[in-house]
Design a protein around this ligand. Structure first.
Ligand code: HEC
Ligand code: HEC
Length: 233
């Protein structure tokens, strides 16, 4: 076993191009990646880390992931896999010039600078913390006139344009399926609308299924279903 581990360590050092093994790499290889630490995630979320240029997430996303500003999405009760994935995709992947997830008009998202200051371990710790938080101030639907159309799209899709029912993936109550599909229930309607438009324009290219779906939707479809999804519990 020892022999095997040392071979693994050697192989990973070669891969990384590291000549002298640093103690942290040695420890990782011997024990595997550390379990995410939600308490450390909480501290970083609340306070940031000025020395490393990490801005306190709470200043935009609110206490415990309950945002009070619609432009900044709620993060509480979102699956940790999804949060981690988004944080990695606000940054350009190795060798790529641009991140998969960009902001309005294809400009860098506000989050690109935020996520770029984080380490791999930070991202896992933050995701572990946020997924445990309750959505205590969920957003609601705001426009009763859109309800019927929104509900129809959510439950049945738009068959003549091959738009599938949102409920099929994001679950009937909007809670999503951890590890696969994000929660939309309780999210701000204006944020949901904005994301659908970013998928449609291709500025957000980290969910090919959503690019295809949004591509077949009109502005008014998007508005109606976004409002409806926000009100789901
Ligand atoms: C200056 C305000 C601001 C700060 C600080 C900030 N965020 Fe964000 N965050 C945003 C905005 C705005 C968006 C939407 C970005 C977009 O659509 O491009 C966002 C989006 C996200 C998303 C994607 C959510 C989803 O539903 O897809 C995650 C995850 C996230 N932020 C995590 C964090 C974490 C963790 C921190 C702290 C390290 C942080 N944010 C700091 C403003 C901020
Ligand atoms: C086939 C499965 C599937 C269907 C059907 C589907 N989605 Fe999605 N959706 C996804 C996946 C996967 C993601 C996550 C993409 C990523 O990793 O960034 C997602 C992400 C989203 C997001 C971004 C959430 C956030 O926090 O930023 C929105 C908004 C969204 N979907 C809305 C919808 C709506 C509205 C419908 C119905 C018209 C719908 N989706 C139908 C799979 C689906």
């Amino acid at each position: 076993m020892k022999y095997l581990l040392s071979k693994v360590v050697l192989a990973s050092c070669l891969l990384l191009g590291v000549s002298a093994m640093s103690p942290s790499i040695a420890a990782d290889a011997a024990t595997g990646p550390a379990k995410p630490d939600a308490a450390k995630g909480a501290t970083l979320y609340d306070q940031g880390d000025a020395a490393r240029g990490v801005v306190a997430c709470a200043s935009c996303h609110g206490a415990a992931g309950n945002s009070t500003i619609p432009a900044n999405p709620n993060l509480a009760a979102q699956s940790h896999e999804y949060i981690y994935k988004q944080l990695t995709e606000f940054r350009p992947k190795a060798g790529a010039k641009e991140p998969l997830r960009k902001g309005p008009d294809g400009a860098p998202s506000v989050m690109t600078a935020m996520a770029s200051a984080l380490t791999e371990v930070d991202m896992r710790n933050l995701a572990a913390y946020l997924t445990q938080q309750k959505l205590t101030e969920p957003a609601t639907a705001t426009n009763p006139k859109l309800l019927e159309r929104g509900q129809h799209i959510w439950r049945a899709g738009i068959p003549d344009r091959n738009v599938p029912a949102c409920a099929g993936c994001h679950s009937p109550n909007g809670a999503g399926i951890p590890g696969q599909y994000p929660r939309l229930g309780g999210q701000y309607p204006s944020y949901i609308e904005e994301q659908l438009k970013l998928f449609r324009a291709g500025h957000r290219a980290n969910g090919p299924m959503m690019n295809q779906i949004a591509d077949r939707m009109s502005d008014s479809d998007i508005k109606a279903v976004s409002d409806y999804a926000a009100g789901l519990r």
